[in-house]
Design a protein around this ligand. Sequence first.
Ligand code: NZQ
Ligand code: ZN
Length: 385
Amino acid sequence: MKNFIFHNPVRIVFGKEIIPTLSSYMARNEKVLLLYGKGSILNNGIYDQVTQSLKQAGITWKDFAGIKPNPTLSQVRSAIAICRQENIKAVVAVGGGSVIDAGKAIAAGACFDGDVWDGFLKKISWPQALPLYVVLTISATGSEMNSAAVVTNEETQAKMSFYSPGTFPKVSFLDPTLQYTLPEKQTIYGAMDMMAHVLEFYFNGTPDTDVQDYFSEGLMKTIMKHLDIVLNHPKNYESRAQLVWAGTLALNGLNAAGRDKGDFSSHRIGHALSACYDLPHAETLSIVMPAWMRYVYKQDIPQFARFAREVFGLQGSENDLASKGVQAFQDWVRKLGLPLSCVDVGIRMDAIPSLANNPSIPFPLGTLKPMQSEDVESILRLSNY
Ligand code: NZQ
Ligand code: ZN
């Protein structure tokens, strides 16, 4: 096991009927930015629950609606300007990864005199940010309990992230019932993303990680089992709850501890696809991750064989098992109806070279097999077999 420091300051409030308590964690009589997406929270009652709680504490708010999936830099910059004009003291992000990530960038950018994009380009870190409160409405990214923000610069077609001690949410409210209204497709996207987060660490090449591996395998089996239940019974509270907590644990640092950093090749390549084609994050992962696995699995046959055995219950010799595990994962992705190739989402083969050199992808890429742009091209072509 590698040395590590684990510190996660996010307070989690989990369960039913918790939204009324939101404002009890916030400073009274201040003005906050209420950030949300394209309108689902207006239709399903979540907006009313949140604002009711704010009113009770004398907290006033300025709405900033319309954060889009794959949030953009221009939206973040506009919201930062509003925070300054209106003397905003905190950000309340009500939504999924897109809203939460925009919230982190806004909270940090509002406390910084320069341009927020500099933080993404790693020129600066964010020691300070406005306090961020999260009401999670879709489980997928783990953003509710980590410090990462992922934003797309539309001008440069770069989808990039930052991590900073100042941008952990102060409190995140995880009420599984808020997810009863998710379209089936979004629930599937969420599960795909959670699995990918677990796998980015599981297959990062670090040896001697039994406790982390069993933890990861438990998360993956939980995600697959309860996704099946929720797809048939979208209002099954217990299964929603299992998915919510699994999604948070998949990317809150626990799964990473002792393993060092994740591989994240699939995510980085996926970000290039989203930056250029505005694809949902999970669709980029369903295209890239099985192809990446196929491309790299010979680097760590024992771990891929373990994956096949422990997660899919397969048997056989180590070499056979390793490739069977990749196939089983790809079959799971196919069964969910997610795209598996660039062609499936209309990306032409002649776009692949420029995608492989998109600024969203840092080189050398990944930890299991450090890669260059030629490798990325090969993976994207492999997705089309
Ligand atoms: O915009 P509204 O109308 O709210 O609709 C949203 C959106 O269309 C809808 N939705 C959310 N909750 C709902 C609901 N619809 C009905 N009922 C509800 N309760 O779901 C759609 C997708 O929302 P979004 O926030 O985009 O989803 P997700 O949580 O998957 O976030 C994706 C973003 O997070 C980034 C991704 O790259 C992408 O930009 N990621 C962030 C990470 C992090 N901060 O740690 C890590 C991830 O790997 C990922 O990169
Ligand atoms: Zn992800």
